[in-house]
Design a protein around this ligand. Sequence first.
Ligand code: ATP
Ligand code: MG
Length: 393
Amino acid sequence: MKEIILLKDGELALKGLNRSTFEDILIKNIRMRISSLGNFTYRKSQSTIVIEPENEDIDLDEAVSRICKVFGLVGVSRAAVCEKDIDKILETVWDYLGDELMLSKTFKVNAKRADKKFPLTSPEICDEVGGFILSKVRGIKVDVHNPEYTVTVEIRDNAAYIRGPQLKGAGGMPTGTGGRACILISGGIDSPVAAYMMAKRGVKLTAVHFASPPYTSELAEMKVHELLKKVSMYSGRINLFTVHFTALQEAIRDYCPEDMFTVTMRRVMMKIASALAEWQGCEAVITGESLGQVASQTIKAIRCTDECATLPVFRPCIGMDKNEIVEISRKIDTFDISIRPYEDCCTVFTPRHPKTRPTPEMARETEALIPNEDELIRKCIDEAQMMIIEAFR
Ligand code: ATP
Ligand code: MG
């Protein structure tokens, strides 16, 4: 039996934007995700994207699981293709969906007739298929309002498609339709979630990670690679810059008041990240900050950091509780990696009592105490290591 994958795109239809361009980007994103599994042909047809595997031994389960993580889709389903003949349709319904129908107590049939030349109307198709299922599965009942299982029969121009329930797509907008932004990625729980949330809005990702060897270990950097790999299952390829930040942190420790350490460090991080972001063509910076979570995430502290950004700063987790962020991190499978216990550069030299009410004036005065700040920043930018993170190659 020939199987295909059918995709329903989401917000695209509502946006009044150039639908076809959006769909082309969406198809390109899907292609990048599944081309390593084999050859597929792609067709846009009557508000659906149809993906056809070119040979039978392609792993469609894996293809569907990857496609379910592509932004811009609300529904993903597999369908059997058959001739537009009611007897063939009934036979296919049984071969393809019989096992699942046998396990269901209630069902309904949906029929869509795009090809108006087909001799049966949609209600007639529903009657035929419904009656057939009732005759085959003992005890099953029709429930049109709240069925356990829904069979859909679509009569298209070229063939009939038979499918069961559709899987939920990842939603959002296709990656690449919303520009590029730079995520400040730590090994923690919040920043991978923030990256995922912005990628969901169509943004391509560049990432910057600050490491402080020898205070932070190589394992902490590997952890960031693993986290981004998970995020890239949704966002596609991510360009990661790793910045070795030790000299600047030591200078801040040595020359600035201890209680201003964190604010000063975060300002400098923002300067470096902004420069790398602009150089990469990013139009915004993203962080995983959540208001009030720690001393550096009060409104006053954020104001001090924002001053050093040259691009808008998006903080998609700002209004979320930790447990809400954790819920998303479990969903995108980053949680178990995030909780591995490696030191982050932000926890190196952390003051015992950080200032929770710094002012921009205080922050500027403190920063001015760092000797050769510009030179140290320049060096961090120049020596940043770039690598490409991509889940499916
Ligand atoms: P996360 O769980 O994302 O680490 P957090 O709750 O631990 O966040 P902080 O350590 O204060 O909070 O970091 C706040 C934000 O600053 C992070 O979400 C991230 O965007 C950025 N950040 C923190 N550490 C780093 C780092 N080593 N490299 C790059 N960005 C970082
Ligand atoms: Mg952190």
